[in-house]
Design a protein around this ligand. Sequence first.
Ligand SMILES: [Fe+2]
Ligand SMILES: [Fe+2]
Length: 319
Amino acid sequence: MTIQQIYDLGIKLGIENDPRGKKRVEQLLEKAKKEYKELSEKQKKYFDKETLSNPYSDSRILFGDPKKEIKKIFAGIDADTPEILLVDRLNQKGKEIDLLISHHPNGPALASLHDVMDLQTESYAKVGVPINVMDSLMSERQSIVMRRIHPSNHSAPVDAARLLDIPLMALHTIWDNIGDHFMAEYLNKKEFETVGEILDYLMEIPEYQEAKKGKNGPEIVSGGPKSKVGKIAVFFTGGTNPSKEAYVELAKAGVGTLIDMHIPEDGLNELKKMHVNVINAGHMASDSIGANFFLDELEKNGIEVISGGGLIRVKRNKK
Ligand SMILES: [Fe+2]
Ligand SMILES: [Fe+2]
């Protein structure tokens, strides 16, 4: 596969696993195309045309020739300058890695992280938060996230990749969509009375077993093992956490148990006050789930995968 083919496969799987549904995502892409046509020449100059075919602003080829044929990749959760140096060092030792794929983005894919957060508005609406409320809260939160990332030096790792000539790709929301879809389907297969039962069921997933061995397994951070479950909500995708006000809305919408990768302290405090149970499934392990399904697809296509950088590699391919 070429870099372009790997990237295109990412977009395809990202859309197929999108919590908004494929049809809705295609609708949004059509809308973007229409809006682009209406822009002035001056506005078009800085418009990122990738957004017309890739609905995920945080998933991009950051460096490298798209036509390059790939035989071996290094896949990790983060790809900052240390990981790029690591790949270069591994290549010095004869590993012949052709491409570094990270989950967490850098460069323009990080600078536009706030754009993918739109997705959450619809995910929250699905569990009963009025869409107008969530839309308003999310716009506010998106501005904060944008301003938080804006001053950071997010292009330095991309510079390192360029200087060391290591092709670099970030697949953020794409992998998170895959993980989110898996988790929603997985939980749907069973009925739960207590939060402890959910935790036990999560512990059947090999990524969480590995994480627990590393003292980083899923934890109940609000409620307890005997707490009644009520309505379950899972949010594994959409850029980053919403504001604490969004968590209040979740409680008001009748969610009884929230399963998240990680949750900010202020949001958690609100949920505790509203008696909503929360399971922190764990950041790296949960990110690894989405990654692993994608990496299995690459292996099916004959690509060798070296994992590192916090990624817990579990293969589900049948040999
Ligand atoms: Fe993630
Ligand atoms: Fe993450």
